[in-house]
Design a protein around this ligand. Structure first.
Ligand SMILES: Cc1cc2nc3c(=O)[nH]c(=O)nc-3n(C[C@H](O)[C@H](O)[C@H](O)COP(=O)(O)OP(=O)(O)OC[C@H]3O[C@@H](n4cnc5c(N)ncnc54)[C@H](O)[C@@H]3O)c2cc1C
Length: 429
């Protein structure tokens, strides 16, 4: 093991046994990986891998499920389209096909990701969950453990996503409620909720869209809106609200852009406070910067709220057999509850992060644009709270940084190879 450890920094190291995995050398259940180990084969893991391969650096991608982009394949509803226009969601080096609509469907996005993986010859190791990753300060490499194998590498790239685990709130009386209670990650369509009273808890983009979907399947949805939120039209002045905001930010400070957005929203969709959707004091972009809370981009739900097809309730006090009591004292009957209560990062459950690069919430301590690089070869991609645009920026920076180390080592080792044998014996011993 010590011999291999000394070769960790040698990119020319040719292992005596070729393992099936990126030319790693297998030492029983321990595999030496010459390039970085990427944890997670979602869009972020794929983007980082493509950028590294483009620099000529081999990668090993470990993915706990049996497919790429498991969030999109397994945990999203049928009617989902990208919330942002395609030009802001494309991964490095490969734009979306020209014939794709502005907001590609989930199936189109998945087809794009499959093509991306194929194009860059990315072959994640599936059904391989990382249970622990720890830096070994003695040998100067990372030990990345799965249930059966330990992978050893100089670099670990965390790409497990901001949405790795469902957030399921504890609500009083949850066990008494006789109808189904499910998280949006298990919701596919309103098909089985026809004529049912369904309470959607949470009013982010997913909660709002699930309400609309339920309406389209002739269910009777209600939505719980506990705090305040910004609802903006998805498009303004013939442009996407997101694109327009990005453009305005080039010229004006964030507060001015917020005022312009709120003015245009008021003009287009009216006063949302009247419908129980109270606006926060901070503007939508400032709030996003401060708290990471994303404004809801309306895709038709607001019209259904206005027409009374979707009812709005305040927070829940408790559940009972087949009804829900709200904090304002109202009690209503419901057949099912859908929790649109979001997700959380799982990094702290498996990464032993002695340098506190990650906070307790599983996000990097330093906010965007600083949160991509930790110490001792630790990197994070896709934790910017800025969607796939943030992912692409992280991926490019990580690949450049690792390429610098990779190439410096290569030069260094080349020059050592021309030194008297004493030195090279030290390197190779
Ligand atoms: C409903 C919905 C709609 C969205 N729409 C948009 C949009 O329009 N535009 C946009 O920019 N963003 C959008 N997002 C944000 C979304 O997070 C990103 O689009 C994208 O999925 C993030 O990619 P990721 O690779 O960082 O994370 P993920 O897609 O979550 O991928 C992480 C991968 O890591 C794997 N993994 C987790 N833990 C382990 C482990 N311990 N070991 C091995 N593998 C592990 C997971 O199985 C998963 O495959 C949306 C999110 C949701 C939920």
């Amino acid at each position: 093991m010590e011999g291999y450890a000394k070769r960790v920094h040698d990119p020319y190291f040719q292992p005596p046994l070729q393992s099936a995995i990126v030319s790693g050398v297998s030492l029983g259940s321990c595999v030496w990986v010459p390039g970085p180990v990427i944890v997670g084969a979602g869009p972020s893991g794929l983007a980082a891998a493509a950028c590294l391969k483009n620099q000529g650096i081999p990668v090993l991608i470990l993915e706990k499920t049996n497919c790429i982009a498991s969030l999109w394949q397994i945990k999203t509803y049928d009617r989902l389209c990208l919330h942002l226009p395609k030009q802001f969601c494309q991964l490095p080096f490969m734009p979306f096909p020209k014939d794709y609509p502005n907001y590609p469907t989930k199936q189109q996005f998945l087809a794009y990701l499959e093509a991306y993986a194929k194009n860059f010859d990315l072959n994640p190791v599936f059904n391989t969950m990382v249970v622990k990753a720890e830096y070994d300060g003695v040998f100067g490499f990372w030990r990345v453990q799965t249930k059966v194998t330990e992978y050893v590498s100089r670099w670990v790239i965390v790409a497990t996503g901001e949405n790795a685990e469902e957030v399921v709130p504890k609500i009083e009386g949850m066990n008494e409620f006789i109808g189904p209670i499910l998280h949006t990650s298990s919701y596919k369509s309103g098909d089985c909720f026809e004529n049912k009273n369904v309470l959607v808890v949470g009013c982010g983009n997913s909660g709002m869209e699930v309400c609309l979907d339920l309406c389209n399947y002739n269910a009777c949805p209600s939505v719980v809106v506990r705090g305040s939120l910004h609802v903006l039209p998805q498009e303004m002045l013939g442009r996407s609200t997101f694109g327009l905001s990005m453009w305005l930010l080039k010229w004006f400070p964030v507060r001015v852009v917020d005022r312009l957005l709120l003015f245009a929203s008021h003009f287009m969709i009216g006063d949302t406070d009247r419908h129980g959707l109270n606006r926060p004091k901070l503007g939508p972009l400032e709030l996003k910067n401060v708290s990471g809370k994303t404004p809801v981009l309306d895709v038709g739900t607001l019209a259904k709220i206005r027409s009374g097809d979707i009812k709005v309730y305040p927070g829940i006090k408790r559940l009972a057999r087949n009804n829900v009591e709200f904090v304002d004292g109202r009690i209503e009957k419901f057949d099912a509850i859908i929790l649109a209560t979001g997700y959380r990062s799982n990094v702290t459950t498996w990464l032993k992060d002695t340098n506190s690069f990650f906070e307790k919430d599983g996000f990097p301590t330093k906010p965007f644009p600083e949160g991509w690089k930790g110490e001792c070869g630790l990197y994070a991609v896709g934790f910017t709270k800025r969607g796939l645009l943030g992912t692409s920026m992280d991926a490019a920076k990580i690949a450049e940084d690792i390429a610098c180390q990779w190439n410096t080592d290569k030069k260094h080792l080349k020059s050592l190879r021309h030194q008297p044998p004493k030195l090279s014996v030290y390197i190779d011993s």
